[in-house]
Design a protein around this ligand. Structure first.
Ligand SMILES: [Zn+2]
Length: 183
């Protein structure tokens, strides 16, 4: 596997989707041009306590990154940059305390979508968050009595997140926060 991976890297070096420099799919310099939201988005949600949205969907580079992640060429590694942006937002908005006594739950992705990509794009971001923040990932079947950070890529109409959050509420969850890359 290692040899195969090295060979692939030589044949297809990772190139930044923005500046085209070699090394990663989105280099540190370009990543730094995406400004994380400083405020928590407040809205009247019956089920969510709040929404942590790393950045704005209006950022052209985030649109490009998400498109290259979810569609061909399926740049799976971008999940670590998305997790980095989410963590930066949590710190910039002074919400570190939300990371205590919390668990991560990825929004379910239909099997058909997973097959098309070859990976679960939400779980991938959730895994990165889990290893960087040292917060466990739980399943909807076994919800602990802790704050739930519900992970998704984009908060659009909010319908998908609302549906999931109301399901969790019915199962007894009290404090549910949305955690997304962009809205
Ligand atoms: Zn770059």
């Amino acid at each position: 596997m290692f040899i195969l991976h090295s060979l692939l890297t030589i044949l297809w070096p990772k190139i930044c989707i923005s500046c085209k420099n070699e090394g990663t799919h989105l280099c540190e310099d370009c990543l730094a041009t995406i400004s994380p939201n400083k405020e928590v988005f407040s809205h009247n949600s019956p089920s969510l306590t709040g929404l942590l949205s790393a950045t704005s969907i209006k950022e052209p580079l985030i649109q490009k990154a998400l498109a290259h992640y979810k569609n061909p060429p399926f740049l799976r590694d971008l999940s670590s940059q998305f997790a980095f942006l989410i963590i930066s937002h949590v710190l910039n908005s002074h919400n570190e305390k939300l990371l205590n006594n919390s668990v991560l739950l990825p929004i379910p992705v239909p099997k058909k979508e997973q097959r098309r990509r070859g990976f679960n794009h939400i779980k991938e971001i959730t895994r990165e968050l889990s290893s960087s923040l040292n917060i466990p990932i739980v399943s909807i079947k076994e919800l602990p009595n802790k704050r739930i950070l519900l992970v998704d890529d984009i908060y659009d109409t909010g319908e998908r997140m609302e549906d999931m959050a109301s399901k969790l509420k019915k199962q007894g969850a009290q404090d549910i926060w949305g955690m997304v890359v962009a809205r």
